[in-house]
Design a protein around this ligand. Structure first.
Ligand code: ZN
Ligand code: ZN
Length: 58
């Protein structure tokens, strides 16, 4: 099974996991990080890494 790292916490999860990813950049985080990640551009369902991106459940 392929495992990929959460780009916020760095934990490895299966590729088939419930990821949230940005619709503008490729920032991808795990479910537990959706309430924790924050950055220059926002937090929660607003992508923290780019100006207009929204985090969508994959
Ligand atoms: Zn995470
Ligand atoms: Zn983004």
């Amino acid at each position: 099974m392929v495992q990929i790292p959460c780009q916020n916490c760095g934990k490895m999860y299966p590729e088939e996991w419930s990821w949230y990813s940005c619709n503008k950049c490729d920032y991808r985080i795990c479910q537990s990080c959706i309430s924790k990640h924050k950055g220059k551009y926002g937090s929660g369902f607003k992508c923290s890494q780019c100006t207009f991106g929204q985090m969508k459940r994959k």
